[in-house]
Design a protein around this ligand. Structure first.
Ligand code: C5P
Length: 204
């Protein structure tokens, strides 16, 4: 799809600038500062494996990737010859990486998802937040000009499972990253207070 990876990269860059230990799992890693550990993947299955392998060590996970929802059941090993007629491509669902993480989330972990919507932004995003078991959902109305895929700017509403809502008007993706991480740290601080034994953000 047309996702550029710019929003995910901006979040990785902002988190690293704040002193976090960051791993960026991406199909399209752009320029990232030294210190950000980049894991390059191609398929949804590779992204799932890379993310799940690192999940237990993560305090905050942000899933900004626009993962394909379907993949072919079978990939051809050789060139498909046109003499054999038009092939039928049978699709299956890809794993929902975010929902899988939501199911095994520790109380002290913060899970952030994205929702690109074209209608009923808040209602659809809130339903997605609950369905995926995330703590925060970053909703963008991709029918608006200059919002979302490929652009350098984004306009979002960050909705919390606790009911909190932060609106970020059309801004540079780095500014959106600032707001996303501020919201994630707010949730993390509350989670840490409820889970004695885990470290306060900023003390690691
Ligand atoms: O269900 P939908 O694709 O709209 O949800 C978007 C959110 O779910 C994003 O955070 C995206 O990274 C994540 N997602 C995922 N695995 C998929 C599809 C979406 O983790 N197969």
């Amino acid at each position: 799809n047309r996702s550029s990876g710019k929003q995910g990269t901006a979040i990785a860059v902002e988190a690293a600038a704040r002193g976090a230990k960051v791993t960026l799992v991406s199909t399209v890693p752009a320029a990232v500062p030294p210190g950000v550990d980049v894991v390059r993947v191609e398929s949804a299955a590779e992204m799932q494996a890379a993310v799940e392998a690192r999940y237990d060590d993560a305090d905050i996970v942000v899933m900004a990737a626009a993962v394909a929802d379907f993949r072919p059941v079978r990939a051809a090993d050789h060139k498909i010859k046109k003499e054999n007629g038009v092939p039928e491509v049978v699709l299956e669902r890809t794993p929902d990486i975010l929902a899988g993480l939501g199911q095994r989330k520790r109380p002290d972990q913060v899970l952030v998802g994205f929702a690109a919507e074209t209608t009923d932004l808040r209602a659809n995003a809130a339903a997605k937040l609950a369905r995926k078991g995330a703590d925060l959902i970053v909703a963008n109305d991709v029918s608006q000009p200059q919002v979302g895929f490929e652009h350098d700017t984004n306009a979002v509403v960050i909705i919390g499972a606790d009911g909190a809502e932060v609106e970020v008007p059309l801004s540079d993706k780095r500014q959106v990253a600032v707001a996303v991480l501020d919201a994630a740290l707010r949730v993390r601080s509350a989670a840490v207070r409820r889970s004695p034994g885990t470290q306060q953000p900023g003390t690691e």
